[in-house]
Design a protein around this ligand. Sequence first.
Ligand SMILES: [Zn+2]
Length: 270
Amino acid sequence: MPELPEVETVKKALAPWLTGRKVRRAGRVDAPEGPKYRGLERAAGQRIEAVTRLGKFIVMPLSGGDELVVHLGMTGVLTGEEPRDHVRVLVELEGRSQSRLWFRDPRRFGRFVCLGPGEREHLPTLARIGPEPLSDAFAVGAFAAALGKTRVAVKAALLGQRVVAGVGNIYADEALFRARIHPETPSSALARGRVAKLHAAIREVLSEAVADGGTTLRDYRQVDGSRGEHAERLMVYGRDGAPCPVCGRALVRTVIGQRGTTFCAHCQRR
Ligand SMILES: [Zn+2]
């Protein structure tokens, strides 16, 4: 599933193309009516003022006060080239060049909606999203305080999007490995020094992955169709049974909050 680096890569490609363009029409294509594609008709006639990212959401404020919000889900891809199938949303822009944005999403876990002012409650994760990890808003002190309030496993806390935005299964495993923290450690049991290590590790892994254009394992593609190149630099994610890059012992897999989790039982102690 696309996480912060993948969504950031998509955002960077969309921004020069879409910023300032006026929407001629937006709507569902091969998709049922429902909350995943709500309100799109309202975008017509409004100008896209910016292309921004909040956690794993792409947010495009519109000149009339609404906003287009996209979550890529598992398999969602935004592209300027007409896909062969599984098109869920089409946004047509005024002007001649590159005037169509397609949202292809075979498994339909993604969302593409137009929200009015105050309507973010329709997307609870967005309405209560935590600080951006690569911004100054992500401070060690506040991160420690947020983790201190919950007993859930630190891996699950990272996935929850409230203590920090944009981290999903891949980068949670990678950051916990770098910080040498066992993923099942209760969040509130982490000493301040370990929280500081985790904070630094999160920023490191995300920055490196952004520089690589994200991680393509299966479905994720950049807007031009190319793959993200970070997969070969992953140290633990998806490598259970392979040797730990630090100590050489076999990496192990467990399940935390219904998500597969890979770690080194030797390097990552509770
Ligand atoms: Zn190890």
